[in-house]
Design a protein around this ligand. Structure first.
Ligand code: M6R
Length: 362
């Protein structure tokens, strides 16, 4: 049931404030993190491995920044299809988390099975709790996104991010890299996120108009730094899978190592730059793009918009948010841009060509 929306994807994008609230309700008890029993002891872990495919991999990539910055745990990430055949040596004092909306992705399941007996704990971050990946894990962390029908993952992505962030905060609390008060403060900010997402959703009309022009492009580039880099990757994936426009993502700092050669007036460049310690660096990359005629679509906050200066093609202004939450909030305009670009192009948004919702063969 599309509940009056034109596509399941549109409905699932719009549901995010509600489903994230549900996820938070499931993991927070009286303002404290309450993990499904028996919980996870982060003090005994030397490292963490995060494995997934597609969008789940980008959720893991974002979480790497969180676990490393907040809890100071070294994190290895990989796509499941590489991990399983590379057969990496594993530290027995490590845990691995397998992130999968469906819980049935063949490569992710095989990667999980490879880890069995080699590490201390195997955890599943899944939407479908009655799934193979959940069954084969020691611990299951449900993301509570509800059924996701659109092939392009949207609400499952943000709910995966929320669960991974909660795990990173819990790791930080246990390991003492954040004080109890600091964790409580971050949780209060997280509680406010669904409200901020509502503000981001209000940009939809504007994004719809912008998408008409993006739909004319042959290539689109996405740039971000720090934890915004994995979101750039996710933005490019979303754009190509439903609009069939070639899209690529780069860490902003990599621009001058090659991709800047692609820039001309025909290539929209989506720059994700919330106000944070890396903002000035991203803006200077953006200016390099504009100096070569590139059309920059800047996604930022009010402060970032006024600091960015002239010459930006279009600016989308999101509400101010704590930097650690920016990758979740910024996911909304990125999803809406891909969605409206695809609608503009007249593609089959919910069932894009050549793709399946659940990839149970490798
Ligand atoms: O069910 P899973 O999360 O394991 O699926 C993994 C990928 O196939 C999936 O995220 C895919 O990349 C999506 N279509 C992206 O929108």
């Amino acid at each position: 049931d599309k509940a009056g929306f034109r596509h399941f994807m549109a409905k699932e994008i719009a549901e995010q404030p509600a489903v994230i609230t549900r996820t938070l309700d499931a993991y927070l008890d009286n303002g404290r993190i309450d993990l499904p029993a028996p919980g996870l002891d982060f003090n005994t872990l030397d490292r963490l491995t995060l494995v997934a495919c597609g969008t789940g991999h980008y959720a893991c990539y974002t979480a790497k920044y969180w676990f490393e910055a907040l809890a100071r745990i070294p994190v290895d990430i990989d796509v499941a299809s590489e991990f399983r055949y590379r057969e990496p040596p594993l530290d027995p004092a490590s845990a691995a988390l397998f992130v999968s909306q469906s819980g049935e992705t063949a490569d992710t399941l095989a990667a999980l099975r490879y880890c069995k007996g080699k590490i201390s704990t195997i955890g599943a971050v899944v939407n479908v709790t009655e799934s193979s990946i959940a069954r084969d894990s020691d611990l299951v962390f449900p993301i509570h996104a509800g059924a996701e029908i659109g092939v392009a993952s949207t609400k499952a992505f943000t709910c995966q991010l929320v669960v991974l962030l909660l795990l990173a905060l819990e790791a930080a609390r246990q390991r003492g890299t954040l004080t109890e008060e600091e964790v409580t403060g971050r949780l209060t900010e997280l509680r406010a996120l669904p409200g901020l997402i509502n503000h981001a959703l209000a940009l939809e009309e504007r994004i719809g108009r912008l998408a008409r022009r993006v739909a004319e492009a042959r290539d689109v580039l996405f740039l971000g730094r720090g934890a915004m880099y994995p979101l750039a990757l996710e933005g490019a994936l979303k754009m190509k899978e439903i609009s069939y426009i070639h899209a690529e993502a780069y860490a902003s700092g990599e621009l001058k190592h090659g991709p800047i050669a692609l820039i001309d007036e025909h290539v929209p460049v989506v720059v994700m730059a919330p106000t944070d310690t890396l903002f000035d660096k991203t803006v200077s990359n953006m200016q390099e793009v504009m100096a070569r005629g590139g059309r920059v679509l800047l996604i930022t906050d009010a402060e970032g918009a006024s600091a960015a200066g002239d010459g930006v093609w279009e600016t989308l202004i999101l509400p101010e948010v704590a930097p650690f939450l920016a990758p979740i909030l910024h996911a909304i305009p990125v999803q809406l841009l891909a969605y409206h670009t695809a609608v503009e192009k007249g593609t089959d948004v919910d069932q894009p060509r050549n793709l399946a919702k659940s990839v149970t063969v490798e």
